[in-house]
Design a protein around this ligand. Structure first.
Ligand code: NAD
Length: 249
């Protein structure tokens, strides 16, 4: 029963594919009703959850537009009448060396990867505080700890996500909310397509991963269910690495 999410509703962002899709399917299998949000639609995620008998509704929205977020949250709440779990997963990456990194790239990344995480956490947090319980899970990165290469905006945003996770946890831990983060290692999704296409870089990264392989989106499901469930009720402000041992090396 510790990991059972029956009767809970999870709002998950970035669910058209990749990690968000896997977490939506996984949380639905654990019993949660899902509100799936992405800018490009989540039809395949919806089909998959429903085919397994799960409950899911979707919204298409550009979460980098801060002005629209109150409306997005109100509509999300309207589907099942409550939000017990928020997974801030939607994120983008722009790969350009720092000296050439355009202001547009910088602000696009910060608007989605950081600003939308804070604004959605405020909206969901307010709702959860009123109910005295809730779980917020932010998707961080290895680049919440390391500098990365040619991705200064992304690294800045993911360091900030780790800090924000701790800041919110400090304020809300005593009020029944748990705010934590998952830091995925190298996972094969659209986000890493440019690296997987580069044979040399792909091989050198694989060699450095103690598990000897890249992560699959499904590798995130267990940790996400754990942080969404009662099993993690005494965890606050933690950034959980799911990285095949990358950070241990
Ligand atoms: P992905 O590109 O497959 O998925 C990104 C999702 O975000 C998609 O559903 C997309 O529609 C959505 N999205 C993009 N822009 C949006 C916007 N403006 N508004 C709403 N939704 C938007 O990539 P992924 O690897 O599944 O990434 C998910 C999260 O995991 C991101 O935060 C990413 O930074 C993080 N992450 C990924 C890896 C990895 O190796 N793949 C590693 C560490 C962290």
């Amino acid at each position: 029963m510790l990991f059972d999410l029956t009767g809970k509703t999870a709002l998950i962002t970035g669910t058209s594919g990749g990690l968000g899709q896997a977490m939506a399917i996984g949380l639905a299998q654990a019993g949660a009703s899902i509100v799936a949000i992405s800018s490009s639609g989540s039809d395949r995620t919806v089909e998959s959850v429903r085919a397994n008998g799960g409950q899911i509704e979707q919204l298409s929205a550009d979460l980098s537009k801060a002005d629209g977020l109150e409306d997005v949250f109100a509509k999300s709440l309207g589907f099942f009448g409550q939000i017990d779990i928020l997974i801030n997963n939607a994120g983008i990456i722009r790969r350009t060396p720092a000296a050439q990194h355009s202001r547009q790239d910088w602000s696009d990344v910060i608007d989605l990867n950081l600003n939308s995480v804070f604004y959605l956490s405020q909206l969901a947090g307010g709702h959860m505080l009123a109910r005295g319980s809730g779980k917020i899970i932010n998707i961080a990165s290895m680049l919440s700890f390391q500098g990365g290469l040619n991705v200064p905006g992304y690294t800045a945003s993911k360091h900030a996500v780790a800090g924000l996770t701790k800041a919110l946890a400090n304020e809300w831990a005593g009020k029944g909310l748990q705010v934590n983060a998952i830091a995925p290692g190298y996972m094969t999704t659209n986000n890493t397509a440019a690296i997987t296409a580069d044979e040399k870089r792909y091989a050198s990264i694989t060699e450095r991963i103690p598990a000897g392989r890249w992560g699959k989106p499904e590798d995130l499901v267990g940790p996400a269910v754990f942080l969404a469930s009662k099993a993690s009720d005494y965890m606050n402000g933690h950034v959980l690495c799911v990285d095949g041992g990358w950070m241990a090396r």
